[in-house]
Write a protein that binds this ligand. Structure first.
Ligand code: GDP
Ligand code: IMO
Ligand code: MG
Length: 422
């Protein structure tokens, strides 16, 4: 069997959690391959709402194996809080969840370093989620990290050395902090983490594939936040793209099957950085209000704008997307006209290629399409779609060259329509 990958094509928060939950019944295993508690994946069903950060979104669909892969960075304290909240709501995940021994640990000082680096950047700050993601991946790459498996070997020694290094940096930055309480809780959470299956995930994942099990890999963040191909330096610190699944789980490229690319019918971004189609007007506010565009992790207001097909085409290319999934269609239900950016004007020249740098010189070129002005939220099949909505879908498919197979018309699990027409 193959690993199918579901990943965000924009700047995150496309609705990955919701769709992973919807698709999970088709799979035996759901696995996260990168990112960490910077992710906030929202699921709604039976009138309940859950936000998952480190735990894969396949956890609610009866007894499936869920894997936190080696490419993920894990904060034991945030993980404990997340797992305990799930247990309190009747979802004990201890037996279903496997954690890679090679996943790197986010230490309390990583969180402090994240804040200190942001403060040092001043106006140029990234607007990170403050979860210590960048410093943890930095330590991984500079070969100073501590991995989940280290909990079983000489942990105290490794922890003391890493903490001392971080404290020296914080002193040099003249950054004042107090981690006494955070550290005590964090150390306590390590024992909780040890209750889970800590595994050599690359072996288990490949054995499962050999046994004919179907695996869904769940991306976090989005392609435009990828460390290599996103809007650098305003990105996260991992490879959010399809290739990230190979390194973040230990699966060979030939074992990747479908690549589901997920996007909103418009576009949002949270944190700093370029966003060519951002709207600073009433229309942007209206999208934000109708879409409840506030961050699931930090509560920050998300910036809103029209769909950007230059960036989306780039994301389709980088990921080799085989199926598209369009989310939050209902948010545009009331609009008379809808705009889509089909090209950028850069220094007077038109281009459809995502440029090296996005700055104020980049001007989006739009086409206008008629809105459908119909409530989509109660629709159960594509046969009910209004003509203008079908025209929007066809337009996007023509532009992107990939079929839109799933359309989401509301936050609930049930508000998901599988399309059969090409
Ligand atoms: P993720 O990080 O990609 O999993 O996405 P988030 O959970 O951060 O953000 C998506 C938000 O949109 C969540 O609040 C979802 O409940 C909500 N949502 C998902 N699909 C739809 C949809 O089709 N319509 C509406 N109105 N909301 C949706
Ligand atoms: P999900 O999985 C949206 C953004 C932050 C910041 C940049 C770097 O829910 O889609 P980091 O803390 O990773 O160092 O922050 O990336 N960011 C996200 N934006 N959704 C996310 O995850 C994000 N994870 C990080 O806002 O701009
Ligand atoms: Mg999110």
């Amino acid at each position: 069997m193959k690993v199918d990958v579901l990943l965000g094509l924009q700047w995150g928060d496309e609705g990955k959690g919701k769709v992973v939950d919807v698709l999970t019944p088709k799979y035996d295993v759901v696995a996260r391959f990168q990112g960490g508690p910077n992710a906030g994946h929202t699921l709604e069903f039976n009138g309940e709402k859950y936000v998952l950060r480190s735990i894969p979104s396949g956890i609610f669909q009866g007894g499936k194996i869920n894997v936190i892969g080696n490419g993920v960075v894990l904060d034991p304290l945030l993980f404990k809080q997340e797992a305990e909240a799930l247990a309190a709501s009747g979802h004990d995940i201890t037996r279903q969840l496997y954690i890679s021994k090679k996943a790197h640990l986010i230490l309390p000082t990583h969180r402090i370093l994240d804040a200190a680096y942001e403060a040092a950047k001043g106006a140029g700050k990234i607007g990170t989620t403050g979860k210590g993601i960048g410093p943890t991946y930095t330590d991984k790459v500079s070969r100073n990290g501590i991995r989940v498996g280290d909990l079983l070997h000489n942990f105290e020694e490794k922890y003391a050395a890493a903490k001392a290094k971080h404290e020296a940096i914080l002193r040099a930055l003249n950054y004042s902090y107090d981690i006494t309480e955070l550290e005590a809780q964090w150390l306590d959470a390590l024992n909780y983490l040890k209750r889970f299956h800590l595994i050599d995930s690359e072996h288990i994942v490949n054995h499962l594939l050999d046994e004919g099990k179907a695996i869904l890999a769940e991306g976090a963040q989005g392609t435009m936040l990828d460390i290599d191909f996103g809007s650098y330096p305003f990105v996260t610190s991992s490879n959010t793209i399809c290739a990230g699944c190979c390194v973040g789980l230990g699966v060979a490229p030939r074992r990747v099957g479908e690549v589901y690319g997920i996007f909103k019918a418009y576009c949002t971004r949270v944190g700093s950085g370029p966003f060519p189609t951002e709207l600073h007007d009433e229309t942007g506010d209206l999208i934000g209000e109708r879409g409840h565009e506030f961050g699931a992790v930090t509560g920050r207001k998300r910036r809103c704008g029209w769909i950007d097909l230059v960036a989306l085409k780039y994301a389709v290319m980088i990921n080799g997307v085989t199926q598209l999934i369009m989310m939050k269609s209902d948010v545009l239900d009331t609009f008379e006209t809808i705009k889509a950016c089909v090209a950028y004007k850069v220094n007077g020249e038109e281009t459809t290629e995502f440029p090296f740098e996005i700055n104020d010189q980049v001007e989006p070129i739009y086409v206008e399409l008629p809105g459908w002005q119909t409530d989509l939220t109660h629709m159960l099949s594509e046969d009910e779609f209004p003509e203008e909505f079908n025209a929007y879908l066809s337009f996007l498919e023509d532009e992107l060259g990939v079929p839109i197979k799933i359309v989401s018309v509301g936050p609930d699990r049930k508000q998901t329509i599988i399309r059969y027409t090409e």
